[in-house]
Ligand binder design. Sequence first.
Ligand code: ATP
Ligand code: MG
Length: 570
Amino acid sequence: MRYSQMLLPTTKETPSEADVVSHQLLVRGGFIRKLTSGMYTFLPLGFLALQKVIGIVREEMNRAGAQEILMPMVQPGDLWQESGRWKKYGPELLRFRDRHDRDYCLGPTHEEVVTDIARRELQSYRQLPINHYQIQTKYRDEIRPRFGLMRVREFVMKDAYSFDVDDAGASNSYEIMRQAYYRIFERCGLEFRAVEADSGAIGGSFSHEFMVLAETGEDTLVICDACSYAANVEKAAIPPMGPPATTVALADMVKVATPGLKQVDKVAAFLQVQPADLVKTMIYLADGEPVAALVRGDREVQSVKLKNLLAADDIEPLNEEQVWQQTRLPVGYLGPLGLDIKVVADQEVMHMVNAVAGANEKGFHCTGVNPGRDFQPDVVGDLRQIAVDDRCPACGGSLRLKEGIEVGHIFKLGTNYSEAMGATFQDSDGQEKPFIMGCYGIGVSRVVAAAIEQNHDAKGIIFPVPLAPFQVIILNLGPKDDSFCQVAERLYKALRDRGLDVLFDDRDERPGSKFNDADLLGIPFRMTVGKTFEKEGKVELRFRRTGETLTLGPDEAIDRLVDLVRQTPA
Ligand code: ATP
Ligand code: MG
């Protein structure tokens, strides 16, 4: 492509809302433009980058035996009523009515539609296993779209769905997808981890997330230094502690004045105890009902664990005002004593002795609080978030926390959808059985952003070769000089003839701005017809990532570049 003919509006301006580097660089590089909150147009360069991801995903899905289909983006509400998700999904599902007053939604995912296809088209075990996928626009009415392409309302997803006759088959289908995902993200040239994950609203019993490691990731992963254990902190389980065995004498409970002391640290310092001696009480709304969640003062409540312990569909933390409205309890002085709402305690809380807890009265705490004697939670379980000083749940090794961007998610769904929607097949024994399903997503457009979060420097993007919209940019620094133009045109043609994706900067611009744009766009190789050409008839081949520069004759440069591009993993 000739730069002079391409819509490639690079700019020095960064939108004020662009907090993360991929958002800044995608806008500055003219890859995307915002239409409205959480919706972006892919300009030509952005679309080329997206197509690179799509190409890899499609090849690997096909290689894994999945068959591509394309389902409608608009879905009838009836199907969602059947699966039970019309009620469950919440406000991320954009619902509307057509002219006949029928309910519809924009597809945030396609389990319902694909299950409907299966129940109509697949009758016999002989047709199984089967895996269908599509690459398509999804819509989720995210409450806070942010970070450019990372969390948008409209985005491109690859979603695949497998159907099997039994559990062993479903495990096999899952394993095939897990391996395909490894290949996909390896081929993308990304540093990633597959981690054990929570199954979330989609349900099911088993799932892994594929996380691109980057500081700006919204997810936190816990990784073991000693073994292969890696999990999302939402999921990372704390091993059961067993029943408490107290040897210390239980003190009497005493109410003490702690005026104005609302934070754990301040109360602990005032009462000359450790934060770990306090019971921390947080109020959440679980499916509309207030619940109190208890953890040790030095721990954090993990809301996904809370949601799972309560088998709730929706969990919402409450702020001070909401807590007052819902419970008439004063935030800062909350405790488990005498509560008339449901109380869920982390197992560790049950091991606390002579603890400090809020008195549920403004300005007061209690000392000598003992679980079992002074309060009895309704539910006890693993409620707290794992921390770096915990031991690996798998091997006891030491742990590290890392930020990650979720680019893919695979689930074993079991029969959740097939049973709810009556999707059955006839097995070899003549019995009607529900399909055992799996579903497998990749945030294709998020992959583009994640690649940039992981690969950039102060000057701009550094695309991994497989994802680069162009593999090479040719800079003609003498656009008014015939000999420069001749060789630059020759390079452009030769490289394209050899199958490379080439951007030819033929613009009549200053060298400085051509160099800056080339760096900003992140194209992995740059070929410059400039000073060395004038002096010795040679061109410069420069590597964006390392800055290494080779000075070569034009033909030699072409051969070298073709080799370099072919060397990258295919
Ligand atoms: P998240 O926790 O980030 O909201 P999710 O668990 O809701 O993701 P899935 O339902 O598993 O996501 O969707 C499959 C993939 O689609 C995710 O792994 C992610 O890469 C991508 N994705 C999900 N929501 C968005 C979004 N709002 N914008 C861009 N990509 C998204
Ligand atoms: Mg989500």
